[in-house]
Design a protein around this ligand. Structure first.
Ligand SMILES: [Zn+2]
Length: 241
């Protein structure tokens, strides 16, 4: 069976790529490719947008979605669709994607400092370009949590910590304390190996998204809001500039 090779998984900095159309879904105005640099969304990170070109046609990609082994690229209703087997060239909207990579990485840094200093885990999160939020299992929240988190996150960013991507066998992940605390065991058992994002010395988690290569690339993080979402759930919102 044909599967789409997820190029973003091993190279988050790939902006353009060549691929072949392996399936066309005219009803839903979308095409599946044999390989792609378009992130299909997941783990709180939205899908990429960008362009596809083939022969003398060019179209925007408005949505990207992973379904089974294939990654589908949705084109606007008015666009023509390439034929099965056609060679295409893809270009992701890099400005938007890079801001998402910085935002996503900033959330990992936040996760790392909260765990290092408070020992509480993340329960959920979400992001859009330049803005994100995480929920933590805090019972109580001090009034200066936001200011403290902002200072600590920016300190870690300035340390220019390397961020490494690796693939770790399930059996090995099961004995890694960092992966246990970030609840890698909740990922379906069929996912093996796990893709692991390691902000060296700070935070390590199983994750399918795209991140920058050094914390120095994140920029400046501002905590925009802290709020209580229940007895064991406190939310921290950030922006990246
Ligand atoms: Zn992540």
């Amino acid at each position: 069976m044909t599967a789409t090779e997820p190029l973003y998984s091993t190279d988050a900095y790939l902006k353009t790529f060549e691929a072949a159309v392996v399936d066309v879904d005219p009803d839903r105005r979308r095409v599946a490719l044999n390989r792609t640099a378009f992130y299909p969304g997941g783990g709180g990170q939205p899908n990429d947008e960008g362009l596809l070109r083939w022969h003398d046609a060019v179209s925007r990609v408005t949505a990207v979605r992973s379904e089974g082994p294939l990654i589908w690229h949705t084109l606007p209703a008015e666009a023509a669709l390439p034929d099965p087997g056609a060679e295409v060239e893809g270009a992701i909207d890099w400005e938007r994607r890079h801001l998402l990579m910085r935002t996503h990485t900033a959330l990992h840094v936040l996760c790392g400092v909260i765990y290092a200093d408070h020992g509480v885990a993340v329960t959920g999160g979400n992001m859009k370009p330049g803005e994100g939020r995480l929920d933590f299992e805090f019972e109580a929240m001090s009034v200066d949590l936001g200011a403290w988190a902002e200072r600590r996150v920016n300190e870690e960013i300035q340390r220019a910590r390397d961020i490494l991507v690796s693939f770790v066998a399930r059996s090995e992940a099961a004995s890694d304390p960092a992966l246990i605390r970030t609840k890698a065991d909740l990922i379906p058992a069929s996912v093996d190996p796990l893709r692991v994002i390691d902000i060296v010395g700070l935070d390590k988690q199983a994750d399918g998204g795209t991140h920058v290569a050094s914390t120095a690339e994140v920029g400046t993080v501002t905590v925009t809001k802290t709020e209580s979402k229940g007895r064991h759930n406190k939310r921290i919102r950030i922006s990246v500039s």
